[in-house]
Design a protein around this ligand. Structure first.
Ligand code: GGG
Length: 354
């Protein structure tokens, strides 16, 4: 029987509430598919920072490297500035394992209400592909006259031809694999950012020439934000920079009904390193510890993990179980207008998988 080693980092806030249900889902489908998961728990995050002064220990990356995949909950704590928590855990893992493709599906499940009028289940069905290792997240810069009245902050974006080519190619290959609208939309702001985004536009055009069967569209990020609301059904695969797609994927999450349904995968498509699976949402300190957080984004992220590990049928079963629970509409957390707890929603999904 094949055993997959999964590193588990629940992290902070609601992360500790959404990871256990996802883990139970993985254990349940594993039994049916004759595989086992060996979970390795890492209690890294804000509590580790408060105790030891770092979000994770010095050898953390070496501990994660032999694992087949990483399941992450959330990062962030009101006691610690967000740039410390993010740069101390999530971003170093994405970079160390060259997880250059951040894949964020946006699907409106039947039975779920979109805040957009007239949208039915399946009307919204696209994927945001976010460049995940460079761009505006490169952390190049510094302070001059630090903490003085005339302080200067310099933050430089880094766009490499290699980095753009590989994420754009990933997006085209995904459009072919999805075999739906076969359309890739590229997001830039090349009217204002005349170097990095002009390079992106040029790279996009050149990669597109290698995929003549895939339709293309280029949008400025402001127009994309508008069109996610105005015509979301027109999108198939959307590709853009680290920051732009982080922002746009909050819009794509809310138009499918809730941030609590938004799953994501941080992929090393070349499979040299473990990929990481996490809900798009953060640690949500306002509802943490109340048993109210929606576990479905993390459960759907675990389904993406199953798919990545080659267990596609198991992934489809999890997706179907989630779809059935949402379609029935009885068991929902408050973000979807229900009154059920995290545990009740998790039990409903597990019940469908039994
Ligand atoms: N689920 C992980 C998490 O806490 N995400 C929140 C967050 O701030 N993410 C930043 C990013 O993805 O760039």
């Amino acid at each position: 029987m094949k055993t997959f080693t999964i590193a588990v980092i629940p992290g902070d806030g609601v992360g500790t509430e959404v990871v256990p249900p996802a883990r139970r889902v993985l254990e349940t489908v594993a039994r049916k598919h004759e595989v086992t998961f060996a979970f390795q728990d890492f209690d890294w995050g804000a509590a580790h920072f408060v105790r030891w002064g770092s979000m994770m220990p010095a050898g953390a990356i070496d501990l994660l490297q032999p694992c087949d995949a990483i399941l992450l909950g959330a990062v962030g704590d009101p006691r610690i500035p967000d740039h410390i928590t993010l740069n101390g855990l999530l971003l170093p893992i994405r970079r160390a394992f060259d997880q250059y493709a951040n894949v964020r599906p946006a699907y409106l499940y039947p039975g779920v209400s979109s805040p957009l009028a007239g949208k039915q289940g399946g009307d919204i069905d696209f994927v945001v592909v976010r460049e995940n290792t460079e761009g505006e997240y490169a952390q190049v810069g510094g302070f001059v006259y630090h903490l003085q009245p005339e302080e200067i902050a310099i933050q430089t974006s880094v766009f490499t031809r290699r980095g753009i080519d590989r994420i754009v190619r990933f997006a085209f290959e995904l459009a072919v694999k999805r075999d739906k609208k076969k359309r890739v939309t590229s997001i830039t702001k090349s009217n204002a950012q005349g170097y990095s985004m002009v390079l992106w536009d040029r790279a996009f055009q050149e990669v597109a020439e290698q995929f003549p069967d895939v339709e293309t569209e280029s949008l400025l990020v402001d127009a994309a934000a508008m069109n996610f609301i105005r015509r979301p059904e027109s999108f198939d695969v959307v590709v853009g920079s680290n920051l732009f797609c982080d922002i746009l994927s909050d819009i794509s999450a809310i138009i499918i009904g809730s941030m609590g349904l938004a799953a994501s995968a941080n992929l090393d498509p070349l499979r040299r390193f473990p990929s990481m699976f996490e809900p798009v949402h953060g640690s949500a300190p306002d509802i943490a510890g109340k048993g109210l957080v929606n576990p479905l984004a993390t459960i759907l992220s675990a389904a993406m993990m199953l798919d990545h590990l080659g267990l596609s049928e198991a992934a489809r079963e999890v997706d179907r179980a989630v779809a059935e629970v949402l379609a029935e509409g009885h068991t929902r957390t408050p973000d979807l207008g229900g009154q059920s707890s995290t545990t009740e929603v998790a039990e409903a999904v597990l019940g469908k998988l039994a």
